[in-house]
Design a protein around this ligand. Structure first.
Ligand SMILES: *Cc1c(COP(=O)(O)O)cnc(C)c1O
Length: 391
């Protein structure tokens, strides 16, 4: 079954059996389930921290969408990362992580080191020899990366990293928040876990924070469930419902946003105030071929560098349609300066390593009409309107 079909009617394709034949996912907002009376649909529900029919239905869909063996829906994306760490790591272990990672991941890894003596080594995953060197020199338990990376928008060759993880007998997890399963399926490429923040493209409307992690094997799926229950990381039924509202349109939203992002990045490339445009959907991106071979849809996030920090500030302050907000993948367009917001947890030194300055702006392209978005940037940077010739 194609993904659009699966997502169009999730209550039909999950294992949920609703007594009334509800056509959309019902919200079972209950803490407990009656254990004395017999209910034909209640196989083993007793307490919603452990299992809940609404949440299980979404977990069924995510399992199918990612081609996994099982899933846990967590209360945030960070919680999915924390659940992965709870489940696979113990004190003294080492994780190998792509240097350009989400700010919250970086913070969590610092805490792991401080409190639990779990060490992180960072590498540039676009250089496979760097990954292999790190694997040779350290006893690595888990490899973790995003692709595209955020905010540098590098593409990691997931299949090759999965091959290396096999060779060195480590686990491999991909943070699939940006591409989503609508675009790429890390488990099919050899990863052991695919996790994501559903706050972004998946829910799509900025109405909820949410996450999920899908395991390739029954074994890890069972372990994830065990630790999710033990640490109380599971998502509430109402938040599951909010996520579910975004699913039928996921593929169509991402395709429309991709087209707008292509147009916007071509436009930005014509501006003298903009010295660099990073977007994997442009043939000028150094890993364009890999991006196209690994992702069906290029997510609509671009990172640009302006001439100066003042110009970046001018863009941020003067645009009317782009909110200054963290997060991406929502229906509304956004921009932010990662070094001040989403990646403010990075040390000065690590910011330098991934090439971030206060002149770098991350743009998330939403569902507005692209002509309005271009006009908005033109007025914000005071570009002469006849300069841009539509390609
Ligand atoms: C946003 C994000 C997260 C964290 O998700 P939350 O839902 O905000 O907790 C993790 N990884 C990536 C790549 C993200 O963009």
């Amino acid at each position: 079954m194609q993904l659009e079909t699966l997502l169009a009617n999730i209550s039909q394709h999950s294992n949920l059996v609703d007594a009334y034949g509800a056509t959309h996912l019902p919200i079972y907002n209950t803490a407990t389930f009656d254990q004395k009376r017999q209910f034909p649909n209640n196989k083993n529900y007793d307490y919603s921290r452990t299992d809940n029919p609404t949440r299980n239905a979404l977990e069924d869909i995510f399992t199918l969408a990612e081609n996994g063996a099982g899933c846990v829906c967590t209360n945030t994306g960070v919680s999915a990362l924390a659940l992965l760490f709870d489940t696979v790591l113990k004190s003294g272990d080492t994780i190998l992580v792509e240097r350009d990672c989400y700010g919250g991941t970086y913070r969590l890894l610092s805490i792991l080191l401080e409190k639990y003596d779990v060490r992180t080594c960072y590498a540039d995953f676009t250089e496979l020899s760097e990954v292999e060197n790190a694997l040779e020199q350290n006893d690595v338990k888990l490899i973790l990366c995003e692709s595209p990376t955020n905010p540098s928008l590098k593409i990691v060759d997931l299949k090759s990293v999965a091959d290396l993880s096999q060779k060195y007998n480590t686990l491999f997890a991909v943070d699939n928040s940006m591409a989503t399963f609508a675009s790429q399926k890390p488990l099919d490429l050899g990863a052991d876990f695919s996790l994501f923040s559903a706050t972004k493209f998946i829910s799509g409307h900025g109405s909820v924070v949410a996450g999920a992690i899908v395991a390739k094997t029954e074994h890890w799926s069972e372990r994830l469930n065990y630790f999710s229950n033990a640490h109380g990381r599971a998502q509430s039924p109402f938040d599951v419902f909010l996520v579910s509202l975004g699913l039928p349109t996921l593929v169509y939203r991402m395709k429309t946003q991709e087209q707008s992002a292509i147009q916007l990045s071509e436009f930005l490339n014509t501006l003298s105030d903009v010295i660099d445009v990073k977007f994997p959907g442009l043939p000028s991106h150094p890993q364009y071929e890999l991006a196209k071979s690994q992702m069906k849809i290029i997510p609509s996030v671009l990172t640009i560098t302006l001439k100066s920090a003042e110009k970046a500030e001018q863009l941020i302050q003067n645009t009317k349609l782009f909110g200054e907000k963290v997060s991406f993948g929502t229906s509304d367009s956004r921009l932010e300066i990662p070094s001040k917001m989403s990646h403010a947890t990075y040390s000065e030194e690590d910011l330098k390593k991934i090439g971030l300055t206060h002149a770098t702006v991350r743009i998330s392209v939403g569902l507005e009409n692209i002509d309005d978005l271009i006009a908005d940037i033109q007025q914000a940077l005071k570009v002469e309107t006849n300069k841009y010739v539509k390609l």
